[in-house]
Design a protein around this ligand. Structure first.
Ligand code: HEC
Ligand code: HEC
Length: 319
């Protein structure tokens, strides 16, 4: 009998030792690095690209990178990242050669935006999005804009504050968060005359509405967005500025729990002005004022083809 206890005791001891060892291993390993590459190519800066890029950066980057203190994209504390991921600061992406990205080549910026790997090989985990499905023209517009002389990107020497990723983030980098492979083929522009194709591109590729509007970030399929669990059925828990949980709306065409009774005008007003048939949209669904009517119309047309999901979302804020 005693022998059994000794064996059991040593087994438990081994498991505990292994656990402690693993904990320390992950803590020390930190955020992993990968091979940094530069796909090359100088991106031509045209007024069209700078205008398109400014719109995209306003919609896709400024929320995290615009620093109210400098009025430039010089980085700030990203307050609505759940604390479980650590203390997260975005970075200075102005044209400053020391603290910004003034020294990066166009290719290096493209590589980071697609894969998440920086010039020194360090990986940016989940709190810096990867722009996987942007067309080549759109992603080049972002880079052209970052290279322009627009006030937001003019050199600011505001220093970077390093992120303090939590143990959990480091662990997730070990098992789940990995770089996205750089695309092997060209990603063409969608045909803007094909409303459905354009709407699909806007919601799953360019503005990625599906990311917030499906069930759970952890169950989103970044490579094949339409395979995400609860695609556009809402319920994903997000944070308000005050740290309360707000659930994304079901925007499939289910008549009872989604937006199946909405007209296109009501949809456009909700998205662009934040005024819905039952109230206003709260943060993080700030009005997408910069979207064109052509864009909201194509998005609405595409949403009509998305399988309806019956999912009544709790619209109350929770702790
Ligand atoms: C949800 C917040 C968020 C959004 C949106 C976002 N970023 Fe970031 N970005 C970050 C954070 C946080 C980091 C730092 C990550 C780290 O240190 O691991 C970062 C890092 C970067 C870097 C690396 C800079 C360096 O010094 O290593 C670049 C370049 C960048 N972002 C550009 C962009 C662009 C361009 C967009 C929009 C197309 C964008 N980001 C959108 C949060 C964001
Ligand atoms: C950062 C996350 C996020 C992104 C990105 C996002 N949404 Fe939302 N959206 C929400 C949340 C959260 C709500 C619920 C707001 C509320 O309850 O006040 C919402 C509400 C809505 C509503 C109102 C629905 C209703 O029943 O009241 C519509 C319509 C909508 N979003 C469309 C879109 C479209 C189209 C896009 C892409 C262009 C998009 N959203 C991108 C988070 C997001």
């Amino acid at each position: 009998m005693k022998k059994v206890f000794i064996i059991l005791g040593s087994l438990v001891g081994l498991v505990v030792l292994f656990g402690i060892g693993f904990f320390i291993f992950i803590a020390l390993r930190g955020i992993p690095s990968y091979e940094a590459k530069d796909p090359g190519g100088k991106i031509e800066i045209t007024p069209e690209r700078v205008a398109n890029g400014k719109k995209m950066v306003s919609l896709l980057c400024s929320k995290c990178h615009l620093d109210p203190a400098t009025g430039k994209l010089s980085g700030q504390l990203v307050a609505d990242v759940p604390t479980i991921f650590g203390e997260i600061h975005s970075r200075n992406i102005t044209n400053d050669k020391t603290n910004g990205i003034g020294k990066w080549t166009d290719g290096q910026i493209l590589y980071l935006l697609r894969t998440g790997i920086r010039i020194d090989g360090r990986f940016t985990p989940i709190y810096m999005p990867k722009f996987v499905h942007l067309s080549d023209e759109d992603i080049k517009s972002v880079v052209a804009y970052l290279r322009s002389d627009d006030p937001w990107v003019q050199a600011s020497n505001s220093p970077n504050v390093e992120c303090k990723p939590s143990w959990m983030t480091k662990f997730l980098c070990f098992v789940a968060f990995k770089p996205i492979p750089y695309p092997e083929k060209a990603i063409p522009e969608p045909d803007k005359n094909d409303k459905l194709a354009f709407g699909k591109y806007l919601t799953t590729g360019k503005y990625e509405c599906y990311q917030c509007h499906s069930k759970d970030f952890a169950k989103n399929d970044i490579i094949n967005p339409e395979k995400s669990e609860g695609f556009f059925g809402g319920g994903n828990g997000l944070l308000t500025r005050e740290g309360k949980v707000i659930h994304s709306a079901n925007i499939t065409m289910d008549k009872e729990t989604g937006i199946g009774n909405w007209t296109e005008d009501q949809f456009r007003n909700a998205v662009k002005s934040g005024i819905t048939p039952h109230g206003t949209t709260r943060y993080p669904m700030d009005p997408w004022t910069l979207l064109s009517d052509e864009e909201t119309s194509s998005i609405f047309a595409y949403l009509k083809t998305v399988p309806e999901i019956k999912n009544k979302v709790n619209r109350e804020l929770t702790e």
